[in-house]
Design a binder for this molecule. Structure first.
Ligand SMILES: [Zn+2]
Length: 405
């Protein structure tokens, strides 16, 4: 006997993928509803899908639409302070150099994070995570990378883990010590510290589920990517990469060859990068919030990714400098308007493909037998509305492991 039978509903399993439809799906399509009108949950997982089965309890969802819980697979949600003054200066015409000279930029967030206690980081960041949960986010990735020294990186990751204990959602943490080079440090010397000191300490405390690096002319290079990938592999941690955001570096192709779970940003990804991702099964994580907030002009090559069958995820990239947009639904909408993703594509980007970017593709992100029963309930005739209307629509209910959040 199953625990709970959820009945009288329309569910969108999000099980079709670029592989299933050969990359030739109609980009205008909304997600397809399943034929059945019920599913069962036992011990927090979907135990029957689409068939009426005996259960201890029955929940009538009133004919509403059900989607898998959303997965925000790329955020820098733990930080202290904000950069609103810098933002206003930039809107008023200040250059990047002028802002840096005035004490702004990423290193100003590093100063604020180093000065904050772990409790203060949790207090400042928890409302952001709670806001995402209210939109239906049941799995949230959070990166370090504003500490840039051993104690501050550990503090950020501990704060991120605590958010997952305080809220009914899953937090997956990513060690991003290689976010940027701290002020006054030599790049190679700092990367050696990341690899030889920080990463082993992070892994020993079980504080990271993955390792990430920002490859860019203003940050780290391809040799650094190779070095970090080898170190991550020694710790048994998967690799993710900030790649091709501001210029073409070849990081995407290299990361795909190195077995990275995802390459993220990709505005300057080349045809060779796309081919390498397709060959390796790497997920392309698109971050329209940063593109919007920085008023970038070059979108990622969505048509090429689509025709190559590369799974595309969509994430909020919540961070104080380039995407202070604490809304996955807004990013979902922008993925349609700014990047040209269709409704089914963009919704797969915050469910099954986002799960794949976290290495959780066989655990969550779809409504299928055996997967974790994280799901959201909506008063919508068609979830494709979320790509059309911005604002004013939130889930009626959010379930985590089959239990109301
Ligand atoms: Zn990022």
């Amino acid at each position: 006997v199953h625990d709970v039978l959820f009945d009288n509903l329309r569910f969108y399993p999000m099980t079709a993928g670029p592989e299933a439809d050969g990359g030739a799906a109609d980009p205008a399509a909304s997600p397809a509803a399943a034929a059945g009108t019920c599913f069962a949950v036992t011990d927090g997982r979907f135990s029957a899908v689409g068939e009426t089965v005996p259960a201890s309890r029955r929940v009538d969802l009133g004919g509403r639409a059900v989607l898998p819980g959303f997965i925000d697979c790329h955020t820098h949600l733990v930080y202290a302070g904000d950069r609103r003054v810098e933002h206003a200066r930039r809107r008023a015409g200040a250059s990047y150099e002028e802002i840096a000279a005035a004490g702004g930029g990423i290193l100003s967030t590093v100063r604020a994070v180093r000065a904050a206690s772990e409790d203060e980081l949790v207090d400042e960041s928890l409302p952001r995570a709670a806001a995402l949960l209210r939109e239906g986010v049941t799995t949230l990735e959070i990166k370090s990378g504003y500490g840039l020294d051993l104690e501050s990186e550990l503090k950020m990751l501990r704060a991120a883990r605590r958010i997952g204990e305080l809220l009914p959602l899953t937090v997956r943490t990513t060690f991003l010590g290689a976010h940027t080079v701290p002020a006054g440090r030599d790049r190679a010397d700092y990367l050696a510290e990341v690899v030889d000191v920080m990463l082993p300490a992070v892994a020993a405390e079980g504080l990271a589920d993955a390792v990430d690096i920002f490859v860019e002319s203003i940050a780290f290079g391809l040799d650094d990517l190779r070095t970090l990938a080898a170190a991550a592999s020694r710790q048994g941690l998967p690799l993710r990469v900030h790649a091709e955001q501001l210029s073409s570096q070849g990081a995407t192709a290299l990361a795909a060859e190195l077995g990275a779970l995802s390459c993220d940003h990709l505005e300057y990804a080349s045809p060779a990068d796309v081919a390498a991702m397709a060959a390796a099964g790497t997920v392309a994580v698109l971050l329209p919030g940063a593109y919007y907030f920085l008023r970038e002009q070059r979108p990622p090559p969505v048509a090429e990714l689509r025709s190559a069958g590369v799974p595309m995820a969509v994430a909020s990239d919540v961070n104080p400098g380039s995407s202070p947009i604490v809304s996955l639904l807004t990013n979902l909408h922008m993925a349609g308007v700014l990047f040209g993703l269709g409704p089914a594509e963009a919704l797969a980007g915050v469910t099954q493909h986002a799960a794949m970017a976290l290495g959780l593709g066989e655990d969550r992100g779809r409504i299928a037998q055996g997967l974790r029963a994280d799901f959201t309930v909506w008063d919508l005739d068609d979830p494709g509305v979320l790509l059309y209307q911005l604002g004013g629509v939130t889930p009626a209910q959010v379930y985590v492991g089959g239990v109301p959040a």
